[in-house]
Design a protein around this ligand. Structure first.
Ligand SMILES: O=C(CO)[C@H](O)[C@H](O)COP(=O)(O)O
Ligand SMILES: [Fe+2]
Length: 230
């Protein structure tokens, strides 16, 4: 069953709490939070204070995608704000192995453990995670250049999903493969076929062409299109 992670980047920020409540009640599996610093990517969004403010609004898995330089300076703040998963970019981490260990050592707000993810820009080969795969709860394949919602899916990343799925299966790991950027009801089925199992969707939930204004319908449409038929 694919996990659907609506990205609040496309939500109405003036009503953010209500928007998160609506996607939670609409069946979102995870809540995807896009954190941008104006340095790693040419945009600025939100930080740990917003995660902390949203934590009482939803019990769903809060999936924090850190598009920031020097993420090691901020991961503890995200964890104490209530993050369930923290994903850093390989391109921003010269000491990726250490960064993953650092995330795993953080206290989790619910007493479980903080999940650690690694994100790869569209041009970054999957090879960079192969020697840390055992430490990855998740690998995020960026299918747009990070920084903005509403961009077109880059088809050239699809072979990376397949390569990664083969490696995860061969090693008997439970690492999730997340795809982020330009995911729609029209392409989610083939991405699930490639081996992805967590799908970020900003525009396809908050500005769905198939289910306008109906977040539950949009999430259900994505889930059904992304579920391989038996
Ligand atoms: O990380 C991101 C951008 O850097 C967002 O999660 C992503 O773009 C989601 O938006 P959409 O589904 O509209 O492409
Ligand atoms: Fe994202």
């Amino acid at each position: 069953m694919p996990a659907i992670a609506p990205s609040i980047l496309s939500a109405d920020f003036a009503r953010l709490g209500d928007e998160v409540r609506a996607i939670d009640e609409g069946g979102a599996d995870w809540i995807h939070v896009d954190v941008m610093d104006g340095r790693f990517v040419p945009n600025l969004t939100i930080g740990p204070m917003v995660v902390k403010a949203l934590r009482p609004v939803t019990a769903k898995f809060m999936d924090c995608h850190l598009m920031i330089v020097e993420p090691e300076k901020y991961v503890a703040e995200f964890a104490s704000a209530g993050a369930d998963g923290i994903t850093v970019h390989a391109e921003a981490c010269p000491h990726l192995h250490r960064n993953l260990q650092q995330i795993h050592a953080l206290p989790h707000h619910g007493g479980e453990r903080v999940r650690a993810g690694v994100s790869l820009n569209p041009h970054t080969p999957v090879d960079v995670v192969m020697h840390v795969l055992e430490l990855c709860d998740l690998v995020l394949i960026m299918s747009v250049n990070p920084g903005f919602g509403g961009q077109k899916f880059i088809d050239a990343v699809r072979p990376k999903i397949r390569t990664l799925r083969e490696a995860i299966t061969a090693r008997g790991l439970s690492t999730r493969i997340q795809v982020d950027g330009g995911v729609t009801q029209d392409n989610i089925g083939e991405l699930a076929g490639d081996g992805a199992d967590v799908f970020v969707a900003g525009s396809a939930v908050f500005r769905s062409k198939y289910h306008p204004g109906d977040y539950a319908g949009a999430i259900a449409g994505l889930r059904s299109a992304g579920t391989p038929s038996a």
